[in-house]
Design a binder for this molecule. Structure first.
Ligand code: GSH
Length: 243
């Protein structure tokens, strides 16, 4: 089956380059956000190819540009690199500064990035990224709350131990792959109005103010595609909130 046509064209596209990033719907495609934000932050030029995702796992429609039927997928001179962490590692081998320079910090950044990539299934299942939502919030199921607590512990603990190793307000001072990996969780906490301890809330707000996050949000708000199966989950977390 042929790939679906692109669903957007964006004023802030960084132009043609050796890299082309296939990515999905900005409102819902949490995996897509990560490499897009990473490349934006580090000013790595790439051509944007946004495609329609359905939010239901591997999709034959994507196989023309992504071997596993999922996005994101990065093309470099026609060669495909897929799966978010593989894309991040590939870019880190070619561009300086994507991981922290210190070896222990880098190991910790990899540990928390892998934990994010492989875990937090309760949080991800109950609260899919849905940037347009602004909910009043509700008490969380115990397994979801446990995931939230672990994310808050990671953010606060990383900031406390490694936040001073480089200038900046991010997990390891300077922005790194680890921040990109947690970016969709930031949107989840914001959209579903998840209560956080002060240190984690401060990091969430730093990420919400990131120019790349704001651009992605603008792109999400302009989209019209709806996932009813995602939107239905929002009902558990209260109605619209003020402001
Ligand atoms: N493990 C993959 C997960 C990628 C993934 O699940 N992508 C979803 C969108 S967020 C997708 O392409 N789904 C196919 C579809 O919904 O059409 C990664 O790290 O990139």
């Amino acid at each position: 089956m042929l790939p679906l046509p692109p669903i957007g064209s964006f004023p802030e596209t960084m132009g043609d380059s050796m890299y082309t990033l296939y990515f999905g719907n900005c409102n819902y495609s949490s995996w897509s956000l990560r490499p897009w934000l990473l490349m934006r932050h580090f000013a790595i030029p790439f051509t944007e190819r946004q495609v329609e995702v359905l939010g239901q796992g591997p999709n034959e429609r994507h196989r023309g540009y992504s071997p596993n039927g999922l996005v994101p997928c990065l093309h470099v001179d026609g060669f495909e690199v897929w799966d978010t962490l593989a894309i991040a590692e590939f870019l880190a081998e070619r561009h300086a500064g994507l991981w922290p320079g210190d070896d222990l910090a880098r190991a910790r950044a990899r540990s928390i990035s892998c934990e994010m990539h492989a875990g937090f299934t309760a949080l991800r299942g109950a609260m899919p990224m849905n940037i347009k939502l602004r909910l009043s919030g509700a008490e969380l199921p115990a397994d979801v709350q446990a995931d939230v607590d672990r994310v808050a512990e990671i953010w606060a603990g990383t900031r406390e131990r490694f936040g001073g190793i480089a200038a900046g307000p991010y997990l390891f001072g300077a922005f790194s792959i680890a921040d990109a990996m947690f970016a969709p969780v930031v949107w989840r906490f914001h959209a579903y109005n998840v209560a956080l301890p002060a240190a984690a809330a401060a990091y969430r707000d730093v990420m919400l103010a990131h120019s790349g996050m704001r651009t992605w949000e603008r792109m999400a708000l302009a989209e019209t595609q709806a996932f009813p199966h995602y939107d239905a989950l929002a009902e558990r977390f209260g109605g619209p909130r003020e402001g």
